[in-house]
Write a new protein. Structure first.
Length: 139
């Protein structure tokens, strides 16, 4: 959670022009941490407002070069995109497994005439299920 973080990445302008990135420690005088934002299930990173009122950040806390903060911001976004992709794949695997189990249950509990009609799909469902289990053991 944001409240427990000891170090924050802050983006600000130097002299009102150079967009830059800084590290700001939690106990820096003038820094106030707001409440954690709840982001519709995205729990891989924490987001909270930081208020810097009269906060002095040492020049040594600058990340990279002055005016190059956009490079750091883009790299943060790239990592976030990777995490979001992984979360989507995990959700898709869960949905696939649930769908396959539901189809197997339906095919096993329906009348013999319906099983005969959909019997050719049973092998396909079984192959998909086996493939998904392989993904889970390898992933």
């Amino acid at each position: 959670m944001c409240i427990r973080d000891r170090l924050y990445t802050v983006f600000a302008k130097i002299d009102g022009e150079k967009f830059s990135a800084f590290l700001v420690e939690r106990d820096t005088p003038g820094l106030t941490v707001g409440a954690e934002e709840h982001k519709l299930g995205i729990r891989g990173s924490s987001t909270c407002p930081l208020v810097l009122q009269g906060c002095k950040v040492p020049a040594g806390n600058l990340l990279g070069e002055p005016g190059k903060g956009h490079h750091i911001a883009f790299n943060v976004l790239n990592v976030g995109r990777f995490k979001l992709g992984v979360a989507c794949v995990g959700g898709a695997r869960h949905a696939l497994a649930h769908t396959i189990l539901s189809l197997i249950h339906i095919l096993c509990s329906c009348s013999p005439s319906v099983r005969t009609m959909y019997g050719s799909h049973k092998n396909l469902i079984l192959r998909i299920w086996i493939s998904s289990q392989g993904m889970q053991s390898c992933g």
